[in-house]
Design a protein around this ligand. Structure first.
Ligand code: ADP
Ligand code: MG
Length: 227
């Protein structure tokens, strides 16, 4: 099912209307977010439901919170225990700036969860050793660029066999930057049973093809011409 959302439907919805924990709602309020954006309004219930999702909405439309909020909620309510190096949520991004930005957003939105969910960012261009040490102290949400993540996996700094949620953020830029092979190698390491979320500003043929390959019976959210 595809949801196309005109802006007229957006303003009235409240974050409170989603099945998000009180701590998350309070945090959103403290950050001054009054109403969910269109992509958040459509995506949050789908993700909370555990479905796969393909979402496209332009830059600045609030895609990070659209996936971070429901994923934090799902992780907060999952009682499974994990070893220190076993990540449960993997967010793949094309650049180090974006890795840091998305990790900061997860930390900010999850600030009321008392540090129970550890968020780590790994990317190239900085020392591997430091990232290995940080991962050794535990990781729940791992935000990563593909190349550095492959290095770290090969050195056993982190394990991907328990990943329950996979996000491809800025999938279009990831393909434009030539990450196809590294992506394929990483995706092969993940469990086949997981929730996969695909976020992109544009939806050219190669992105559609990758999305089709990765997602199982996905819900589709497409937000046009507005934030
Ligand atoms: P995108 O990934 O779609 O480019 P971001 O997730 O980076 O967008 O969000 C863009 C900006 O909008 C950020 O500064 C973020 O804090 C802000 N933002 C996100 N959701 C809301 C909201 N519901 N209300 C107000 N500001 C928001
Ligand atoms: Mg974004």
């Amino acid at each position: 099912m595809t949801q196309h959302l005109p802006s007229s439907q957006v303003a009235q919805v409240e974050f409170k209307s989603f099945a998000l924990s009180k701590a998350l709602i309070e945090r959103i309020d403290a950050l001054g977010y009054r109403h969910p954006t269109a992509v958040q309004q459509a995506s949050i219930p789908i993700i909370l439901d555990g479905a796969d999702l393909q979402a496209h909405a332009k830059t600045g439309s609030g895609k990070t919170a659209a996936f971070a909020l429901p994923l934090l909620h799902l992780m907060e309510n999952n009682e499974t225990t994990y070893d220190a190096r076993e990540a449960r949520c993997l967010v793949l991004v094309p650049t180090r700036e974006l890795a840091q930005q998305v990790a900061d957003s997860f930390m900010s939105y999850g600030a009321g969860l008392n540090g129970v969910i550890k968020v780590r960012a790994v990317f190239g261009g900085v020392s591997v050793n430091e990232q290995m040490q940080v991962l050794g102290r535990g990781v729940d949400v791992l935000v990563a660029t593909p190349g550095r993540l492959l290095d770290l996996v090969k050195q056993n700094a982190v394990q991907l066999s328990k990943i329950q949620h996979l996000v491809l953020d800025e999938a279009d830029r990831m393909l434009n930057l030539g990450f196809q092979e590294e992506l394929a190698e990483l995706l092969d390491m993940l469990p086949s049973q997981k929730q996969t979320l695909f976020f992109s500003a544009t939806f050219p043929e190669d992105v559609a093809e990758l999305s089709h390959r990765l997602l199982q019976a996905p819900q589709v959210v497409s937000v046009e011409n507005q934030v």
